[in-house]
Design a protein around this ligand. Structure first.
Ligand SMILES: Cc1cc2nc3c(=O)[nH]c(=O)nc-3n(C[C@H](O)[C@H](O)[C@H](O)COP(=O)(O)OP(=O)(O)OC[C@H]3O[C@@H](n4cnc5c(N)ncnc54)[C@H](O)[C@@H]3O)c2cc1C
Length: 437
């Protein structure tokens, strides 16, 4: 391994080497459609596909190339996680909602796998399993109990890995054991988006790249959407802009905080190093508030590691240095490894930290995937589409709910995020210090 720059050679996603987002064949803007969709990531396209196959005319708009948002920038881990615990959801909503949310995670993940297979989407998907490392023995005990509960309640193959067996899963001494979930895997996110786009176009969705919706106005029983390419009328509107929500959806923008997530990718590592560090080529996570997610690239030759960015300081290299430190904390032998790529994208959090489908003034919104949209966005987009179609059972979801609460004093500039992130980092440091006592 050479020891050149500590930064990365490229500031674009590794995934774009094989599947760069690009222009879609230009289509004239229809005068009117049944449904207009704002955002052509996983959520918008999955919704568009469902609607088009049900016979609706659909126009999907994206301010960038379709997929250029989070849907071609993510880690590709099919985690389908929910941040709040079962108990916390029961407190905020009720016990039935907490149970339904947990069960829907399983259904949504299975839906994705079935979708990839029936639509023949080649995106390097492998159900590798995921190892989640524990910071200390207390955390390990709790994670082991949770894994047992998951196996009992939902029949998900999940089990604890004690510290002494940890090296079978990961070549680090950093954790005090962990848990494995066999139902999670990894895919190539940009290839997934490209496959979804192809299927949606073939179904008749009219996709308009580099066409931002600048305003949505009520017009009689329907809506008028303003774009630089002209105005379009729509009977129904679905907003799927998630972490890239702008002034066209002010109601959503006050309820959804965009957070930067950044990824680094190493140069190709020798096979014996990969065999030592990631012997089973599983997806990886950890029990910290600001934990890293990491994985081998689909060819098994590089390590990709991601985490939250803590702010927008003046030193643009600081976030890459921080991730590099995270990488070598886990794998000291990677000190000095070259990085081929580093980039960031935006995830979206709401105050409940739960994905959400809600309606306000006749517009339907589907967003708030809190960094786990590979599973949630296609699922929630599809459910939202069924809602617009008025389908009964297929429109059911635990995520249909009241709008998330607005974030106080927030109009689109997340000025408070650095303080939040510092708070989480402090909690992690305390947990770490306790685990080492
Ligand atoms: C670095 C990173 C790593 C991640 N890792 C994982 C992971 O490993 N596993 C996982 O499950 N999830 C992960 N995620 C989250 C996941 O990528 C997202 O939750 C998911 O892609 C969201 O899909 P979406 O369709 O809702 O939004 P997006 O893909 O972000 O699409 C929203 C689109 O809306 C468009 N838009 C916004 N406003 C307008 C407007 N006014 N007019 C027209 N278009 C507009 C934007 O241009 C954008 O393309 C990660 C995200 C990031 C950024």
């Amino acid at each position: 391994m050479s020891n050149t720059s500590i930064l990365a050679e490229k500031a674009s996603p590794y995934w774009w080497e094989a599947a760069p987002p690009g222009p879609v064949p230009a289509q004239p803007l229809a005068k009117s459609v049944d449904v207009a969709i704002v955002g052509a990531g996983y959520a918008g396209l999955a919704a568009g596909l469902t609607l088009a196959r049900a016979g609706r005319s659909v126009a999907a708009f994206d301010a960038m190339h379709p997929g250029e948002g989070a849907s071609s920038r993510n880690g590709g881990i099919t985690s389908g996680s929910i941040r709040p615990s079962h108990a916390a959801i029961a407190r905020t909503f009720d016990e039935a909602t907490a149970n339904a949310v947990e069960a829907e995670g399983k259904t949504a993940r299975e839906f994705l796998y079935e979708f990839l297979s029936t639509e023949n989407i080649d995106c390097d998907f492998q159900k590798t399993g995921l190892f989640k490392g524990a910071l200390g023995y207390d955390q390990y005990d709790k994670m082991a109990r949770d894994a047992e509960g998951l196996a009992k309640r939902l029949g998900i193959e999940s089990y604890a890995v004690p510290y002494k067996e940890q090296q079978q899963y990961i070549g680090t001494d950093f954790y005090r054991g962990g848990v494995v979930r066999k139902d999670i895997g990894g895919l190539h996110p940009a290839k997934f988006h490209a496959g979804l786009l192809k299927v949606a176009l073939a179904a008749g969705v009219s996709v308009h790249g580099h066409t931002p919706v600048t305003a949505i106005r009520r017009d009689g029983a329907g809506f008028r959407l303003q774009t630089p390419a002209g105005t379009i009328e729509a009977r129904q509107v679905l907003v799927c802009s998630n972490g890239y929500t702008d002034g066209a959806a002010p109601y959503l923008r006050r309820r959804l905080v965009p957070v930067r997530s950044r990824i680094i990718v190493t140069e190709e590592l020798p096979p014996e190093v990969m065999d030592r560090l990631m012997p089973q080529r599983m997806m990886m996570g950890e029990g910290r508030q600001l934990g890293h997610y990491y994985r081998p690239t689909p060819d098994g030759r590089r390590i990709l590691l991601g985490g939250r960015e803590s702010g927008h300081g003046t030193d643009a290299t600081a976030p890459i240095r921080r991730l590099r430190r995270g990488l070598t904390e886990l794998f000291p032998e990677l000190e000095g490894v070259r990085l081929s790529h580093s980039w960031f994208g935006r995830v979206a959090m709401n105050r409940d930290m739960l994905p959400r489908i809600f309606e306000k003034d006749g517009i339907l919104y589907a967003s708030g995937f809190c960094g786990s949209g590979v599973v949630w966005a296609p699922w929630v987009g599809t459910r939202a589409a069924h809602r617009l179609l008025g389908s009964g059972d297929q429109a059911r979801s635990a995520f249909f709910s009241r709008p998330p609460a607005a974030v106080p004093l927030y109009r689109g500039n997340p000025w408070f995020m650095p303080a939040f992130i510092k708070g989480y980092a402090l909690q992690d440091r305390i947990a770490w210090w306790r685990s080492k006592r």
